[in-house]
Ligand binder design. Structure first.
Ligand code: AMP
Ligand code: MG
Length: 401
């Protein structure tokens, strides 16, 4: 049986990079750039005033100086004014600095008359002047391939006059839930005896969405012909297929034989972790990658994060490490002693109190315990046979979405 790292390594080796698409600037938020984006405009683009006040020659701008007003330069078109000795030019924030000026005296430090202005403070060269290129110069790297565009970065691209951005195509995930016991959520139809609502479909769609994918959801009963037809459809429409349930050893777990009949290659089945041991990874030549997630909600969630999400990250030109889940890691103090008497590493669900800097197990630690999972905001990985002592500092992974 593969270890978690070996499994993720193999998945990453098989994972494709997403193609490039150009999107309008406002739609680029949260997406990843496909190529280096370089500055084409200096920021600031020209020397300009950072205050409402008067453009002056610093050398003569001493306290008590009385300067003749030689014009007005608002923010906007450069009036082409030129400052001669003994003069000041009325200027406003963001306005281009007139030729001959090398400082700005802020309005609050002056006393103005109709034709003259008297300075109430000394000035210095460069004071209240924003220099061209001080923030950014043409040719500097704004984004490297795989960088995520955040709000400020989007604004930066706008400052460069960009109207479209080359980003990675949004990955498409087809989610296939399986099981005769399932009733789609949200239909209002009462559950019959032995039935449960489908929670994996919405849960996995939320995970896919958080990690930048769009998803469709299908349901297949535990019936090979229907399952095959639905899997075929899912493979046709998506870059990744996430199947929930039907991958274990039960007589009615038909996913593996159905995939085989559809010409898919099983790369591996089962991983040395808890929860999620029956996880399956398969693919079809020139087709999508197929992730068979165990049906128990905690197992489906954890294996989606450990194995399916790294593949999405790889698609988005990220470089996820095979050694660790693609989740934010942090250190915190364990409040209770935890032991893992089993022979597989165990991902325990935990609550991290960030104000206290503490971590404690949250909810029922079983693979069907969805309510327990919903009370957790962190995962703790406890190695096989390991004990985490109360009071010790341990590493945990954030479930902050
Ligand atoms: P399976 O992996 O198909 O053997 O399913 C394992 C457990 O997960 C069973 O108790 C199923 O009822 C449950 N399960 C499977 N699929 C879902 C789903 N979509 N939503 C909620 N529970 C599920
Ligand atoms: Mg099932």
């Amino acid at each position: 049986m593969l270890s978690e790292t070996e499994a993720r390594q193999l998945i990453l080796e098989r994972s494709p990079r997403g193609p490039e698409v150009r999107v309008p600037l406002p739609e680029s938020l949260g997406r990843r750039t496909t190529r280096p984006l370089l500055a084409t405009c200096d920021l600031p683009g020209f020397d300009n005033s950072s205050m409402d006040g008067y453009a002056v020659r610093a050398a003569e701008a001493v306290r008590g100086a009385r300067l003749r007003l030689a014009g007005v330069q608002p923010a906007g078109p450069d009036q082409g004014l030129c400052l001669a000795p003994g003069e000041a030019i009325r200027i406003f924030t963001g306005a281009p600095l007139p030729a001959g000026a090398d400082a700005v005296v802020m309005q609050e430090d002056t006393r103005a008359e109709d034709t003259h202005v008297t300075l109430l403070e000394d000035s210095a060269v460069g004071e209240f002047v924003r220099r061209r290129g001080a923030d950014l110069c043409v040719g500097q790297i704004l984004f490297s391939p795989g960088d995520r565009i955040r709000a400020a970065g989007l604004g930066l691209l706008a400052s460069q006059g960009m109207d479209t951005v080359p980003v990675v195509e949004t990955p498409r995930v087809a989610i296939v839930t399986t099981g005769d016991e399932l009733q789609p959520a949200g239909t209002g139809i009462p559950l019959g005896p032995g039935q449960i609502h489908d929670s994996n479909g919405p849960l996995l769609a939320a995970v896919a969405r958080h990690f930048g994918a769009v998803s469709t959801c299908h349901h297949a009963p535990d019936e090979p012909a229907r399952l095959r037809a639905i899997l075929e459809q899912a493979m046709d429409e998506a870059d990744f297929v996430w199947i929930a349930g039907g991958v274990s050893v039960g007589d009615r777990d038909f996913v593996r034989p159905c995939l085989e009949e559809l010409g898919c290659v099983s790369e591996f089945w089962r991983v040395r972790i808890k929860p999620g041991k029956p996880f399956l990874f398969a693919r079809r030549e020139d087709g999508p990658l197929i992730f068979g997630l165990p049906g128990n909600p905690v197992s489906a969630f954890v294996t989606a994060l450990l194995f399916a999400v790294p593949s999405l990250e790889h698609w988005n030109l990220g470089d996820p490490s095979p050694d660790s889940p693609p989740l934010v890691r942090f250190r915190s103090r364990l409040l209770t002693t935890l032991t893992n008497p089993g022979d597989r590493p165990h991902y325990l669900r935990a609550w991290h109190d960030s104000a206290e800097g503490t971590l404690r197990p949250a909810g029922l630690q079983e693979s069907h315990a969805l309510a327990g999972l919903s009370r957790a905001n962190a995962l703790i990985r406890l190695e096989a046979g390991a004990t985490g002592e109360a009071g010790s500092e341990i590493t945990a992974f954030a479930l902050d979405f």
